[in-house]
Design a protein around this ligand. Structure first.
Ligand SMILES: [Zn+2]
Length: 501
């Protein structure tokens, strides 16, 4: 195809797929010509037809590269891709109007529209996400979910060096600032020309709804403050989470904790995550119920989950905000030395909460996951953090998504698990297995020889399930009150002390 034919097919297809208004056809054609530095347009008949907008986008990016309009770096290509797809994306003001018009009819229709648009215009990297490996494994706490993350493109060393030497800019201040909407991008900042944000109010503050470009689950959303201010778990956070599920009742929303080790990666910008998805933790049932003296109308449950979850339920939103604040403030100062839980080391605080909110019919639900980030000589990475013997699978922070039962594991595991599979089947010597996995690989081999083969399962299924068991241990390590007799007595003491105020 000639470049004119590519442009013509791109514009026609966008109109046919209702991603572009017929009236904008000439305008967008001319903007694409300008982008590709073309002054002439001669689309001739061709039998070659593409029914894929992203393929046609690729052809334009390839043209730009071959004609020296861009260099061969992945950031230059991403910027050109975003610039092309921006032309078939409504401007923010128009998009917000369409969204809120649909919302009037039905909130789900509005988010369906915005999610589809964010995928169709390649803001959500669907082709990369398709590379992820996902599976479900069984555990004592119900099914757990595992994703090996292969979606984030790896930069080559040349580009990493270039990014390091690039002039630093303080605009946009971070990846979650609203100023990313439409931003061209640069070598050390993602291209966001095709990025759009839905605005809404919580009280007198403006928040934005956007999707994660590398979604880990259905409609993986980010709710961000219009201002670049730090995250904080407090009364306002609880109120905001419940307000968001009031506005988008089909979504859950949660926040990462606000301390290092147990928190998320971006603590500098006030934001929450959410989505149209039921995580394993949500499905986990109560093993016991309790109550709060000050809030007789709030149901209190202890959840059968490896991390410590206090679940509150009520039809009164303010009661849940008040009860959550009471538990948070008490937890911040709470120590239980027998269980290694200390609220402070000198002046450094250790206790915080990972909160998750939902709305179910007329009931609000708030899961308060108790966290502690203290380290010790025995556990320098964290006492309530994956311990050394499971770090070969996961050593990073246990953030909101993991807390809820979805492990995001690094790409290195694909190759590493393949060597373990070959070792188990006597196709590779132990030395070929990465050092950090060798003890585990030996144990798996024995296990496979003793019981695995009789189960008639494929060896890769067996290994995946064992990865799930490691993740189960990871979550158990991160739990402050364990689900044994001491831990269960411990959480009762904690609630008693809340009620004693
Ligand atoms: Zn920011």
């Amino acid at each position: 195809m000639t470049i004119s034919q590519v442009i013509q097919q791109f514009v026609n297809l966008a109109v046919n797929e209702k991603k572009l208004d017929e009236l904008d056809k000439i305008y967008v054609t001319n903007r694409l010509l300008a982008l590709l530095n073309l002054s002439d347009y001669t689309p001739t008949e061709t039998t070659e037809q593409s029914d894929n907008l992203l393929e046609l986008m690729d052809a334009m990016v390839q043209y730009a590269f071959e004609n020296n309009l861009i260099d061969d770096s992945s950031s230059a290509k991403e910027q050109m891709e975003a610039a092309i797809m921006d032309l078939i994306t409504p401007r923010p003001a128009i998009l917000n109007q369409i969204f809120w018009n649909k919302y009037e009819n039905n909130p789900e229709e509005a988010t369906d529209y915005f999610y589809a648009l964010s995928q169709n215009n390649d803001y959500i990297k669907t082709r990369n996400i398709a590379k992820n490996i996902g599976f479900t494994t069984t555990s004592k706490y119900g099914d757990l979910e595992i994703t090996i993350n292969l979606s984030k493109p790896e930069k080559d060393p040349k580009e990493i060096a270039k990014a390091r030497d690039a002039v630093t800019s303080n605009y946009p201040k971070c990846a979650l600032c609203m100023e990313n909407e439409g931003y061209q991008g640069r070598i050390n900042h993602a291209a966001r020309q095709n990025h759009r944000i839905i605005r809404f109010n919580i009280g007198d503050e403006v928040y934005g709804l956007q999707y994660s470009p590398y979604v880990y689950y259905n409609e993986h959303s980010i709710f961000l403050n219009e201002k670049h201010i730090p995250m904080k778990i407090d009364r306002k956070c609880f109120n905001n989470l419940l307000s968001i599920v009031e506005i988008f009742p089909h979504y859950f929303t949660g926040s990462n904790a606000d301390l290092p080790i147990v928190g998320g990666s971006i603590l500098a910008h006030d934001h929450y995550q959410g989505g149209h998805y039921s995580f394993p933790m949500e499905k986990a049932q109560a093993y016991a119920t309790s109550s709060l003296k000050a809030f007789p109308n709030v149901e209190v449950e202890f959840v059968n989950w490896p991390m410590t979850v206090i679940r509150l339920r009520s039809s009164n939103k303010d009661d849940i905000v008040d009860a959550s604040e009471l538990i948070l403030n008490h937890w911040r100062e709470y120590s239980d030395e027998d269980l290694d839980i200390l609220a402070y080391s000198q002046d450094t605080p250790h206790n915080t909460i990972t909160p998750i909110a939902r709305k179910k019919d007329d009931q609000f639900e708030m899961d308060l996951v108790l966290r502690n980030n203290r380290t010790s000589e025995e556990f320098p990475d964290g006492i309530f953090h994956p311990h050394p013997d499971v770090q070969h699978i996961k050593k990073e922070n246990i953030g909101l998504i993991e807390v809820m039962g979805l492990a995001i594991l690094p790409p290195r595991l694909v190759g590493e698990l393949a060597t373990i599979e070959q070792f188990i089947q006597d196709q590779l010597p132990l030395e070929e297995v990465a050092d950090m996995h060798q003890a585990w690989a030996k144990q798996l081999k024995t296990q496979w020889q003793e019981e695995g083969q009789q189960l008639n399962n494929a060896v890769d299924y067996f290994i995946k399930n064992e990865v799930g068991h490691k993740f189960e241990r990871v979550l158990e390590d991160a739990g402050v009150f364990k689900l044994d007799a001491e831990g269960k007595a411990g959480i009762l003491r904690f609630i008693d002390s809340v009620n004693a105020i």
